[in-house]
Every structure is written in structure tokens, then in C-alpha cells.
Design a protein around this ligand. Sequence first.
Ligand SMILES: NC(=O)c1ccc[n+]([C@@H]2O[C@H](COP(=O)([O-])OP(=O)(O)OC[C@H]3O[C@@H](n4cnc5c(N)ncnc54)[C@H](OP(=O)(O)O)[C@@H]3O)[C@@H](O)[C@H]2O)c1
Length: 251
Amino acid sequence: MKVAIITGGSNGIGKSTVVELAKRGVGIILTYNNYQDRAESLVEAIQSDYGIRAVALKLDLTNRASFASFENDVRKLLREVWETDEFNYLVNNGGVGGPMMLDDLTEDYFDKILNTNFKGSVFLSQRLLRFMKEGGAMVNTSSSSKSQSFPGYSIYGSLKAALSVWTRYIAKELAPRGIRVNAVSPGPTHTNFGDGAFDQHPELIKMLADQSVFGRLGKPDDIGKVIANLLSDDFGWVTAQDIEVSGGHLL
Ligand SMILES: NC(=O)c1ccc[n+]([C@@H]2O[C@H](COP(=O)([O-])OP(=O)(O)OC[C@H]3O[C@@H](n4cnc5c(N)ncnc54)[C@H](OP(=O)(O)O)[C@@H]3O)[C@@H](O)[C@H]2O)c1
């Protein structure tokens, strides 16, 4: 059985990815940060709906000191639950957002976005990729904001651009092991992102939907299906790509 590790798998795009992978028979290690309850209910649903073993682990991407014990927990789980020392897929999806204009910019905000959305994923991947099985695959959740210029998103967009560029470099470094590395760049997607910004400001939904050729925001499943497919052997000849999954936002 193949096993996937999905960061930020407790909610939104990560949750959809977890479900899509489980439907395809992939064993699941998902991570949560604040909402253990959401993660545990997802684990139960996966097991009862698809008969797939899933385990939820706490991970805070800003806390790199915790990565060694996270790695130990993953290695232990792989042995005890799946009787293997290796895993097959990694989805670097956990992230935070929210706008801040340059004039208001603080180092705390900058460091939070940096450490969660880029630096955390890089150093976690460094550890985990050492025991990814030959022929495995990794997908990084970037953002269409990396090639746009909405006021307030300069740091978020710049650091997603960094994640996309890193994807291409690492694809080359991992190719000798037969590992593929790609990114998806979702457009505006109706999740809890930015502390529920879409639900708190419904006017945002209309504005962004009007900018899409299909007249709506993305749903988590619009993205999760693409991530699950990109990981699969159907995309076995695709690496170093960054696919915008935005339903033609700002086309
Ligand atoms: N929604 C959009 O419009 C959109 C567009 C482009 C790209 N994206 C990207 O898509 C990814 C998923 O976001 P989403 O829209 O699905 O948002 P979401 O529903 O808020 O989910 C975010 C996930 O990331 C986890 N997370 C938050 N802070 C973390 C930390 N410090 N360490 C580890 N995990 C952390 C959350 O865990 P807890 O909930 O347990 O705290 C949750 O599982 C993000 O990388 C985001 O940048 C989203």
C-alpha cells in the first residue's frame, strides 16, 4: 500500500486531498496545527468511508525544533501501521495567509508567513525526503497570487513564488531517485483560509467570482483532485511543473 503525508490535512484543500487519496487506496498521515478535533473526525471518516488507515499528527511548521520528534513519530507509524520504512507521497500544503500593506508591515507578520509557507516546508521536506521511496512524488501548494499584485499580498505572493521556484530546483535534485516534484497554484478557493476571511467578508466572494470566467470561487475539491492526480502514476512523466488551478481566474 502507498502512504502519503499531507501537511495542513485537517481542513480545506488539504482535507480534500486526504479524501481524494484515500479514495484511491492510499494510506494517510495528515497533520493539523490548531484543530485536533477536525483532524480526528477526518481520520474516523476516512476509516469508515473508505476502509483506509489514517493517522493525524500535530505539526507546527513555524516550530522547526519539533521536526526531529515529528520525523521520529512518522518513522514509528510507518513501521507499526504500514510495516514499512518508507513513504510514497508528500504534500506540502499547510499554510497561512491574510493581507498586510507595506506601510503596516511588521517583522512578526513577515516571519509568520515565511516560516509557515516556505521555510517550514523546506526544512520538513529535507528530513522527510530522506526516506521517501524511490519513484515517489511531492506536490507543493503554491498560489496564483505569486503572479498577481493584489494590494496587501506582496509578502504572501513573494513567498509563494519562492515555493514555486524551489519546486523546480528540487525536482532536478530528486530526479536521480525517480522522485517527481510539482506545484499547484490555486486561485481564490472557498476555505477557512485567512481566519475565515471569505465568510467574514462575503463581498470578497462576489468580487473574486466576478473575476473568474466560470463566475465562482474554487471549492476545495477542485484543488484536492488535481493534487491527488498529480501524485499518481498517471502523471509519471510530469515533473518541475507549477499548474494553476484557478478555473480561469483573471483570464
Ligand atoms: N484558499 C485559497 O484561496 C488559497 C489560494 C491559493 C493557495 N492557497 C494555499 O492552500 C493551502 C491550504 O490552505 P486552505 O485554503 O485549505 O486553508 P485552511 O482551510 O485554513 O487550511 C490550512 C491548513 O494549514 C494548517 N496550518 C495552519 N498553520 C499551520 C502551521 N503553522 N503549521 C502547520 N500547519 C498549519 C491548518 O491546520 P489547523 O486548521 O489545524 O490549524 C490547516 O490544516 C495553503 O498553503 C494556502 O496558502 C489557498
